[in-house]
Design a protein around this ligand. Structure first.
Ligand code: AMP
Length: 180
């Protein structure tokens, strides 16, 4: 990565705010709303998210609810790909496929429309942040259920101490802009 891009990443990181104990005690919530409010930061975030995939043949970008919907469509547009929302249960109106994943206490699930793409499609999975990797891993399972190929994962922020990327390494490479 060039020195200029490193400086830009520092600038992006300075536009992410940490809110302690939100939404519950012990969570250091990474708030990207200051970044969204700065057009220069939005421009560079989009450009750097697109960069690792520019030479690849990408059919769809999946965005994970809800903050994966902010940059997912921009990433899709710049890669000349379609955008697919993956949502929390019972929010999509048509027939869905579902994947459950483990939380600290209990399970959660994600859903995608069953006709989102045709078997064999090349798909990127994008979210604002990877923590444990549970959500991104479950989204990859949805892609597998429909016979697609996950060719990469894309995140703005990676919480390295949770080692979420290790869960995804056997599926496809992960690209995170800011590693915390
Ligand atoms: P995980 O499945 O554990 O990787 O969690 C990732 C999802 O939870 C993403 O959709 C994030 O937006 C959200 N998330 C988890 N931890 C945080 C955090 N510390 N700050 C902001 N969002 C978070």
């Amino acid at each position: 990565m060039s020195t200029i891009d490193k400086e830009i990443l520092n600038f992006l990181e300075a536009n992410i705010r940490t809110i302690p104990d939100f939404p519950k005690k012990g969570i250091q919530f990474k708030d990207i709303t200051p970044l969204l409010g700065n057009p220069e930061a939005v421009y560079h975030t989009t450009r750097l998210l697109v960069k690792p995939f520019i030479q690849q043949s990408v059919d769809y970008v999946i965005g994970l609810e809800s903050r994966g919907f902010l940059f997912g469509p921009r990433l899709a547009m710049d890669l000349h790909a379609g955008f697919i929302p993956v949502r929390k249960p019972n929010r999509l109106p048509y027939k869905t496929v579902r994947s459950e994943y483990e939380l600290e206490y209990g399970t959660d699930a994600v859903e995608m429309h069953a006709d989102a793409f045709k078997s064999g499609a090349n798909v990127i999975i994008h979210d604002d942040l990877i923590a444990t990797g549970g959500t991104a891993g479950a989204a990859a399972d949805l892609v597998k259920q429909l016979g697609g190929n996950v060719i990469g994962f894309s995140f703005i922020i990676e919480l390295c101490f949770l080692h979420g990327v290790e869960k995804l390494n056997n599926i496809a490479p992960s690209h995170s802009l800011i590693k915390i």
